[in-house]
Write a protein that binds this ligand. Structure first.
Ligand code: NAD
Length: 481
């Protein structure tokens, strides 16, 4: 069994207590590596290392262009190691190898983009309406950023934080999910290889329930960048509020794919299927509700079920597999329990609905692609995040009703609109309360475009120009002349 160490102050170390935990392969259920189980003293060590590194001349004393050059060097190493890291992600969290390779090969772009922004952060001169004063602003890094990430897309979600935070001149303590630490530690080795000064990037592995609160409320942590469930996020926000610490929160979703009667049906079917079944529904942006105009409702469901049935389920390491396992055992139980809830609520099961027993799934934690029809907007299956391959289909009669249903949850992360009418597409893009609206496409993201939630889906934006501002603070300087 492979044995990993965590990264603190430029060295790969064990937990101070010597404790470890095992990480499992969701396809086989078997443990394959041991990971250090950090305790509070390790949090203190990592945060101190990051705080020291923030002040050290090797980081605070270098120019923004030099920071950019370091980040670019890391991007090149990442590109050279993309396929190797993709294999580790697949082994550790069961995501499809084809998707992981695509994600890892695209990931260096985030570092190149923010490396390019590093030396374009500028202050302003303010034309104050009083004689004899000169006022200008400086943009300064915040200090130590605690980045906390979930198990789905572990490296990508960390990248959305690390690339802008480092470009802005901060130092990092990254706590990956206890279910996806191995790839994080391999990633950490590349920061060292790129030549980042010791302590600029620290990676603390362990359980959120054991060290999360200590990290968030640590007095030397200046900013929290969190991605995860909305309840955990709320707890993080409450703790941060006690110390008036800035936060970025990327939380859950219950995103709607709205299919109008004038949609290109084939495209909408493919978009809805990939929106919910990609990554077995374990993405924050999963299109877990499909709102379908009543005039095309029966035809759409028939086509959707027929297409979803063709999805190849099985070994995530096989590039032709389209539906992989559920990443964790507790998540498997949660998804299966929501299927029972939906049945109990009176939704009609049109496809799937069970733990998959296909021989290709072996002992793995698989759930069949599942579709419920005749779902009422208020049912729990239409309101709560399942985080699994379970689609709830809701009929609607008018554009206004579609907007009301789409907006009628506590979340506001994303929405999809399928229509050939430009007027309708633009109206929907205005009326939908979601941080991302996709028209005739779904799941598109880029390092150039801001990503984040409305309502309970979060606070702040990742990617794009806005993201670097999350890691800077503006200082106003007055001079009496
Ligand atoms: P989670 O909330 O259980 O865990 C997220 C992280 O928080 C993990 O690293 C965990 O160890 C840590 N944590 C747990 N308790 C903590 C505490 N008390 N204090 C500080 N940290 C703590 O989420 P998960 O199950 O790993 O991930 C799934 C969730 O993430 C879903 O709700 C999904 O929607 C959300 N998500 C959101 C986005 C987005 O960008 N909006 C992206 C991916 C996933």
């Amino acid at each position: 069994m492979k044995s990993y160490k965590m990264l603190i102050g430029g060295a790969f170390v064990a937990a101070a207590s010597g404790a470890t935990f095992e990480t499992e392969n969701p396809f086989t259920g078997a443990a394959w590596a041991t990971i250090p189980r950090a305790g509070k003293e390790d949090v203190d060590r990592a945060v101190k290392a990051a705080a020291d590194a923030f002040r050290a001349p090797s980081w605070s004393g270098i120019s923004a262009s030099q920071r950019g050059a370091l980040i670019r060097r890391f991007a090149d190493l990442l590109a050279a190691n993309a396929d190797r890291l993709a294999e580790i992600e697949t082994r550790d969290n069961g995501k499809l190898i084809a998707e992981m390779r695509g994600q890892l090969r695209y990931m260096p772009q985030w570092y190149h983009y923010f490396a390019g922004l590093a030396d374009k952060v500028e202050g302003r001169v303010i034309p104050i309406d009083k004689p004899g004063v000169f006022n200008f602003t400086r943009e300064e890094p915040l200090g130590v950023v605690a980045a906390i990430t979930p198990w789905n897309s572990p490296l990508m979600l960390a990248t959305w934080k690390l690339a802008p935070a480092l470009a802005a001149g901060n130092t990092i303590v990254w706590k990956p999910s206890e279910y996806s630490s191995a790839s994080a530690l391999e990633f950490g080795a590349l920061f060292e290889e790129a030549g980042f000064p010791p302590g600029v990037v620290n990676i603390l592995t362990g359980f959120g329930s054991e060290i999360g609160e200590h990290l968030v409320s640590h007095p030397l942590v200046d900013k929290i960048a969190f991605t995860g469930g909305d309840r955990t996020g709320q707890g993080v926000y409450e703790l941060a509020a006690r110390q008036i610490k800035p936060v970025t929160l990327e939380l859950g979703g219950k995103s709607a794919n709205i299919v109008f009667a004038d949609a290109v049906l084939d495209d909408a079917v493919k978009g809805v299927v990939s929106g919910i079944f990609a990554a077995s529904g374990q993405t924050c942006i999963a299109g877990s509700r499909a709102l379908v105009h009543r005039s095309i409702y029966p035809a759409f469901i028939k086509a959707l079920v027929a297409f979803a049935k063709t999805a190849k389920i099985g070994d995530p390491a096989d590039p032709s597999t389209q539906v992989g396992p559920i990443t964790t055992r507790p998540q498997l139980d949660k998804v299966l329990s929501y299927i029972e809830i939906a049945k109990g609520e009176g939704a009609t099961l049109a496809l799937g609905g069970r733990r998959a027993t296909d021989p290709a799934c072996g002992e793995g934690w698989f759930v069949e692609p599942t579709i419920f029809t005749d779902v009422a907007p208020g049912m729990r299956i239409a309101q709560e995040e399942v985080f699994g391959p379970v689609l709830a289909i809701i009929p609607f009669d008018s554009d206004e009703e579609a907007i009301e249903i789409a907006n009628g949850t506590i979340y506001g992360l994303a929405a999809g609109v399928w229509t050939q009418s430009i007027a309708r597409a633009l109206t929907m893009s205005e009326k939908l309360k979601a941080g991302t609206v996709w028209i005739n496409t779904y799941r598109a993201v880029s390092y150039m475009s801001p990503f984040g939630g409305f309502k309970r889906s979060g606070i702040g934006r990742e990617s794009g120009l806005s993201a670097i501002r999350e890691y800077l603070q503006e200082k106003s300087v007055w001079i009496d002349i």
